[in-house]
Design a protein around this ligand. Structure first.
Ligand SMILES: Nc1ncnc2c1ncn2[C@@H]1O[C@H](COP(=O)(O)OP(=O)(O)O)[C@@H](O)[C@H]1O
Ligand SMILES: [Mg+2]
Length: 236
């Protein structure tokens, strides 16, 4: 198993959010965690990424425990976290933002390769390499955030709400890029989303979280057909 959380309990101070969250992502999978606003999706990703220290439970990557490690150590091990807020450096150019994503890389030739790779994936970013990121459109910024997350050459990415703030067309383009990365580059992806229909169509397998607990899991097509999911999330 590439990534595994076992009975993860986490939250903010005394505010206990995640309750015994156990999920697994195998190498090469494209997995989603779906659920309503406030269910604990982002908290789950932040805990895996090392930004929140769990109360108890375990997070392991390639069989090694990673809970308690600092975020940059987890990045170095091959897990890249792309937050919903994106946290771009708005006064820096596209190119400079990408370089910030590569801070763990020392090898110049390797860095050059990574740049070529993300520019080939998102040619629009190359056209705009000297533009300040703060002046770009929402969709372009999302692409930049994803590209920056890929600069460290991760084995796995944790993507928080790629659809957030984007038009349906842009959202589709972002999911297509993720799908390509998964199928053609073997990138393992755990995506968190509120847009249930699109996400279940794009992923292999999924978990449903409510009030900090995993309430359902299964292959994405089965979840899309599940009566509970259809009633609660799709209003069908
Ligand atoms: N920094 C924080 N401090 C305190 N509570 C937080 C913080 N971030 C999120 N929460 C709370 O944790 C709960 C889960 O939030 P979150 O994981 O962001 O949900 P989701 O991503 O599923 O919408 C919510 O009740 C939210 O208000
Ligand atoms: Mg969230």
């Amino acid at each position: 198993m590439l990534l595994e959380t076992a009975n993860l309990n986490a939250g903010y101070g005394f505010l206990h959010i995640l309750r015994d969250v156990s999920l697994k992502v195998d190498e090469g999978e494209f997995v989603c965690l779906i659920g309503p606003n406030g269910a604990g999706k982002s908290t789950t990703l932040r805990t895996i990424a090392g930004l929140i220290r769990p109360y108890d439970g375990r997070v392991s990557f390639r069989g090694q425990p990673i809970n308690g490690l600092a975020g940059h150590r987890i990045t170095q091990l091959g897990v890249s976290y792309i937050s919903e807020a994106m946290n771009l450096f708005t006064n820096m150019t596209v190119h400079e933002n990408l370089m910030m994503g590569a801070y763990t890389i020392r090898d110049k030739a390797f860095l050059r390769n990574q740049l070529d790779f993300v520019y080939s994936l998102f040619p629009r970013l190359e056209e705009r390499r000297n533009q300040l990121s703060g002046t770009m459109s929402g969709g372009e910024r999302k692409m930049l955030a994803i590209a920056r997350g890929l600069m460290s050459n991760p084995k796995m990415v944790l993507v928080d709400e790629p659809s957030f703030g984007l038009s349906p067309l842009m959202t589709k383009a972002v999911f297509e890029a993720l799908d390509l990365l998964n199928r053609e580059r073997g990138l393992t992806i755990l995506v968190v989303e509120q847009n249930v229909t699109l996400t279940l169509a794009a992923t292999n397998r999924g978990y449903v979280i409510e009030n900090g607990r995993i309430v359902l899991e299964g292959p994405s097509p089965a979840l899309a057909a599940d009566e509970y999911v259809r009633r609660v999330f799709l209003g069908i």
